[in-house]
Design a protein around this ligand. Structure first.
Ligand SMILES: NC(=O)c1ccc[n+]([C@@H]2O[C@H](COP(=O)([O-])OP(=O)(O)OC[C@H]3O[C@@H](n4cnc5c(N)ncnc54)[C@H](OP(=O)(O)O)[C@@H]3O)[C@@H](O)[C@H]2O)c1
Length: 323
């Protein structure tokens, strides 16, 4: 199989094209011919950042290291015990280092059948491939941890990012809540167009101060990291939730212990069951996935650099093969 891989776990090791033997398909596995692989910050963080890189290194198969979680493609082989999918099915899913699997920057992945779900005919495979991590995270943050339902008020910090855009749409068009979003000036119109009722430009003054006039909120969802937990919680009404999608400062981890009933974090772990609700919302036309940048597999390095720059205004996908 063809893949882009790091030769070792050395920090920021380059991604280079490699030919690897295709993994064997076990009784409960499926082999998927990957057509599109979605790019997420976790992909480059595993190359550059301490704890994520360490965890990935402990769990992943030995080098060469094939990164990437999100994928969409066509089922090319099924294990003897698999009944949920058949050859030729269009599927979306996520790879999992903790199951000894290689990542999705490859023309082939082998994963357990429960790690994929069918892609409805109305959803293009590139859209599906861009969805797993960001979509599952947005859904869980808004619906499960944020407990946002009709009539509730939610503040989404980082509303223009991959997770934030989906969170705005789930909160507005699926759960029918009042949505306020925080982003940079250049993305204010974009976030409005996604359905936000109010948009705060964080360059025009302290965004949490600006948000006070729109509260109290039933949930404050921080898709950026670095916003002070105590100040986010001060914007909540009774029984409100502060959801940290991306805690990374020591203070943010302390918040989880300080306010365990109010502040929550999540791991957007993807499998077929976790993807289905957000994929259903996409198929129903309630949620749009904006793909802004596409790269061929050989240019995966450029895709990671673009994501790392933190200024993409939509999802980045790697085009691995023709649909
Ligand atoms: N817990 C999990 O399982 C999980 C899952 C998915 C993602 N994450 C993490 O969540 C974070 C976001 O992921 P993503 O895929 O959405 O990344 P992304 O697509 O790169 O989006 C990041 C966004 O942050 C915005 N931003 C930067 N500074 C900001 C500020 N001060 N206030 C408000 N917005 C700001 C940027 O928008 P502007 O240009 O408008 O500033 C950018 O669009 C990453 O750290 C990622 O690792 C965690």
């Amino acid at each position: 199989m063809k893949a882009m891989a790091m030769a070792s776990w050395a920090a920021n090791e380059p991604l280079r094209p490699v030919e690897l033997p295709a993994p064997a398909v076990g009784p409960r596995d499926v082999r998927v011919a990957v057509k599109f692989a979605g790019v997420n910050p976790v992909d480059w963080k595993m190359r550059s950042e301490g704890p994520l890189r360490l965890a990935a290194r402990l769990l992943a198969p030995p080098p060469p290291v094939v990164l990437g979680v999100d994928f969409a493609g066509i089922v090319a082989e099924i294990g003897s015990a698999v009944t949920s999918v058949k050859l030729g099915d269009r599927v979306v899913g996520g790879t999992d280092f903790s199951r000894g699997q290689r990542g999705s920057l490859a023309d082939t992945v082998v994963v357990r059948a429960d790690q994929v779900t069918h892609v409805p005919e109305t959803v293009p495979l590139d859209v599906a491939g861009a969805l797993p991590i960001a979509g599952v995270t947005a859904w869980r943050a808004v619906v499960e941890l944020g407990r946002i339902i009709a009539g509730k008020r939610v503040l989404i910090l980082g509303a223009s990012g991959g997770v934030g855009q989906l969170a705005v749409q789930v909160a507005k068009h699926v759960q029918h809540a009042f949505v306020a979003g925080v982003c940079s000036a250049k993305n204010v119109e974009l976030v409005k167009s996604l359905g936000a009722d109010a948009v705060i430009d964080y360059g025009a003054g302290d965004p949490l101060d600006q948000a006070r006039a729109l509260g109290p909120f039933d949930a404050v969802i921080d898709c950026v990291g670095g916003y002070a937990g105590g100040r986010c919680r001060a914007l909540l009404g009774a029984n409100g939730r502060h959801v940290m999608v991306s805690p990374h400062t020591p203070d943010e981890f302390v918040q989880l212990a300080l306010a365990p009933f109010t502040t929550r974090t999540l791991l957007g772990r993807v499998d077929g069951a976790a993807i289905r609700p957000i994929l259903g919302a996409v198929a129903a036309g309630q949620v749009q996935v904006r793909i802004t940048d596409r790269f061929p597999l050989e240019r995966a390095e450029d895709a990671h650099r673009l994501s790392q720059a933190g200024r993409a205004t939509g999802k980045i996908v790697i085009e691995v093969g023709e649909e």
